[in-house]
Design a binder for this molecule. Structure first.
Ligand SMILES: *Cc1c(COP(=O)(O)O)cnc(C)c1O
Length: 403
């Protein structure tokens, strides 16, 4: 017998759970794309997006997934032959670097593995040695979704400042935005990118590049930018058609409007605090499971973990088995391990990830950990006892959690 029938729950690190309010907002006839409500819709969305990123800068909206935002940011700022520095803490840094290579940009990857954060002192040394200022940007993942590490942007800003280096600081916030605390302006991030389908709770298909005046200057000095990715018309055009480089993504915008209303209705500080608390619910259970048996949290230190996703190891083959079991028997889809292959586990079948981003509350997260507990039992994978009790304690005492 399967107990999977009922509402499915997608607990992967993006796309995330879509709120009914978002889906309902999208369920309407096609609007006029040249005039009328669509114009006021876009005018309202732009400032509300900036309030999510905590910036007074600009935002360009693209009809693309996160990979598109990666390419958009690079296309505006760099020319073939330009050098960028990429501190890597997991799969996604390599993805952005690969995008750069495709454009003829020369990335210098500094590897920090998949278990520790970026060491800003190392970056500072490299920047200080670059006296000719050939490095045009430091590009990093705020949260690397594969390893579930969270990198603090502030020490990187400090490294640039101490080295008196003019390179831009560029953050991939695709997994973290509207989940983990982030203040683009106050933390000195020049360019931040995100996508619609994670913390923003909208279907995949929109992505966003936030940029400040320093990035604008670099764009202005750039002799050639691909027409489609150029952010200038996307921030300055008067007409919505030009603003989107063609037909606007009407229904995604309806959904985004509803999602922004939800986020700002709750308040960004509260949204971050909710994610921090729900992450602690997940960790409380995982830490208990890890006390006996095979389960390990990929990031040992709580303060370095993402509040949006948790990567776990369970022993060769077991990650895959658990994901299969929870989907088939309980309607819970967990994330697969990404970029975590080892010599003894070349397919990465021992890993899995729990996405806890976006439209989530306590009953959903407690449900997810309850189902994982059931899966560990059913598959007879040894694990520490008392995980659910620990998880419930965090929900019972949420005030004890700071983000
Ligand atoms: C999801 C994600 C991406 C890729 O986004 P797509 O929409 O799948 O292209 C890039 N970087 C990070 C950190 C992500 O979490």
């Amino acid at each position: 017998m399967s107990l999977a029938h009922g509402r499915p729950y997608l607990a992967i690190p993006g796309p995330s759970v879509m709120p009914d309010a978002v889906l309902q907002a999208m369920h309407q006839p096609a609007p006029n794309i040249y005039e009328g409500d669509i114009v006021t819709l876009v005018e309202g969305i732009v400032p509300d997006l900036k309030r999510v990123a905590k910036t007074e800068g600009e935002v360009a909206i693209y009809i693309a997934n996160g990979h598109g935002a990666w390419e958009a940011a690079l296309s505006n700022l760099f020319q073939p032959g330009d050098r960028v520095l990429i501190p890597a803490t997991g799969r996604f840094a390599h993805g952005w670097a690969d995008m750069a290579v495709g454009l003829g940009i020369v990335p210098q990857i500094i590897e920090f593995g998949t278990k520790s954060p970026i060491d800003a002192a190392r970056i500072e040394e490299i920047l200080a040695a670059d006296t000719a200022h050939e490095i045009k940007a430091v590009m990093f993942s705020h949260v690397d979704t594969a390893s579930s590490i969270r990198n603090d942007p502030r020490p990187l800003r400090a490294a640039l400042d101490v080295a008196r280096h003019p390179a831009l600081l560029m953050a991939d916030c695709i997994a973290s935005m509207a989940c983990d605390e982030f203040h683009m302006d106050a933390w000195g991030v020049d360019v931040a990118i995100t996508g619609s389908q994670k913390g923003l709770m909208v279907p995949p298909g929109l992505s966003f590049v936030f940029f400040n005046d320093r990035a604008k200057e670099l764009r202005a000095a750039n002799p050639r930018v691909s027409r489609y990715w150029d952010w200038v018309p996307r921030t300055e055009a008067q007409a919505v058609y030009q603003y989107f480089g063609g037909t606007s993504p009407t229904h995604h915008l309806f959904g985004l409007r509803a999602a922004l209303d939800m986020l700002h209705g709750e308040g960004m500080e509260q949204v971050w605090a909710r994610h921090a608390t729900l992450a602690r619910v997940v960790w409380a259970a995982c830490e208990r499971w890890s006390e006996a048996g095979a389960l390990t949290l990929n990031i040992a230190e709580r303060g370095l973990r993402s509040h949006a996703v948790t990567a776990l190891g369970l022993g060769v083959g077991n990650g895959q088995k658990l994901r299969r079991w929870t989907a088939d028997n309980a309607g819970l889809t967990l994330g697969l391990g990404l970029g975590m292959a080892t010599a003894e586990d070349p397919e990465g079948t021992g890993f899995f990830r729990i996405g806890h981003m976006g439209h989530l509350n306590a009953h959903m997260v407690l449900g997810a950990v309850g189902v994982i507990e059931a899966g560990l039992q059913a598959l007879q994978i040894p694990h520490g006892k008392g995980a659910l009790e620990k998880a419930a304690e965090v929900v019972a005492q949420p005030g004890a959690v700071a983000f």
